[in-house]
Design a protein around this ligand. Structure first.
Ligand code: ZN
Length: 274
């Protein structure tokens, strides 16, 4: 699943390729992935151009003249830039053709991704965008903010780190890495997190996400960003997917468990309970 660093890599890559090019044609081959009316979507995009691409959490925000196109890649969504002459692939569901005969093609094997067109003034009211919590590295993400969010929670810290309304953009891979770097047991309840541990989460999430973005994200399973850019953060993973391998700090074999259905990797010694 693309995480914040992957989505940021896609944003930066697309920004170099598609801005200020006139949209000539729009094809919607799977309309359920659009939360907007198909005909309206085509009409608004045609003749328009993307002026900028922003991001909030894992949402990409494409700026048009009077609208925003919101896009969430979910599990398998990818954008490809192709020559318009190129044969259409099976899972290319939305094709936006520019006047220079290049296409922006949205590819999604599992069809979980979503796109929505909204008027610019609606962005402030958009629930999906506004409910996002602070991002790693953002000023508002402080230990006090986290303690306030965690204090009544009886559920594992691992699950809380994946809650996008608390921290926006941390997915399973980075949540595992942040907890390992912060020496926090993933099963520890939110309400038991100390000030010191919350401080570690703030510092480590910033450090890990910044590094992942610099390296273009992490490529695991089917994820590749647009233009076949391959993330190199995979080589930097300290705990994720390292089951039974020795902990890089203490040599204890790394354990794997499921928390809320998600694979959780941790060192039972470095990340002791309590
Ligand atoms: Zn260890």
């Amino acid at each position: 699943m693309p995480e914040i660093a992957e989505v940021e890599t896609v944003r930066r890559t697309l920004k170099k390729q598609i801005l200020n090019k006139e949209i000539k044609k729009v094809e919607v081959l799977y309309s359920k992935m659009l939360l907007s009316d198909v005909e309206e979507f085509k009409t608004i995009l045609k003749g328009n151009c993307f002026n900028d691409i922003d991001r909030r959490g894992k949402w990409l925000i494409f700026e048009l003249n009077e609208h925003y196109l919101l896009s969430h890649l979910r599990m398998e969504g990818k954008f490809f830039l192709k020559n318009s002459q190129e044969k259409k692939e099976k899972h290319e569901h939305i094709i936006i053709t520019f006047s220079d005969n290049t296409d922006l093609r949205y590819h999604d094997t599992r069809k979980f991704g979503r796109m929505e067109l909204i008027k610019k003034e609606e962005l402030k009211k958009n629930v999906q965008i506004q409910k996002q919590g602070f991002e790693p590295g953002e000023e508002g993400l402080t230990s006090n903010y986290l303690l306030e969010k965690f204090k009544k929670k009886q559920i594992p810290i691992k699950t809380l780190l994946l809650d996008q309304t608390i921290i926006s953009g941390l997915g399973n891979i980075y949540a595992n890495e942040v907890l390992f770097a912060s020496k926090i047991n993933p099963f520890k309840k939110g309400c038991e997190i100390t000030k010191n541990e919350a401080e570690n989460i703030v510092v480590m999430s910033k450090e890990i996400i910044e590094k992942a973005i610099t390296l273009g994200g992490t490529t695991i399973k089917s994820y590749t960003s647009s233009l076949g850019v391959t993330g190199r953060f995979q080589q930097e993973l300290k705990v994720h997917k390292r089951e039974d391998l020795p902990c890089l700090h203490c040599q204890t074999p790394i354990k794997r468990s499921k928390i809320n259905g998600r694979s959780t990797y941790y060192c039972p010694k470095c990340q002791k309970v309590g």
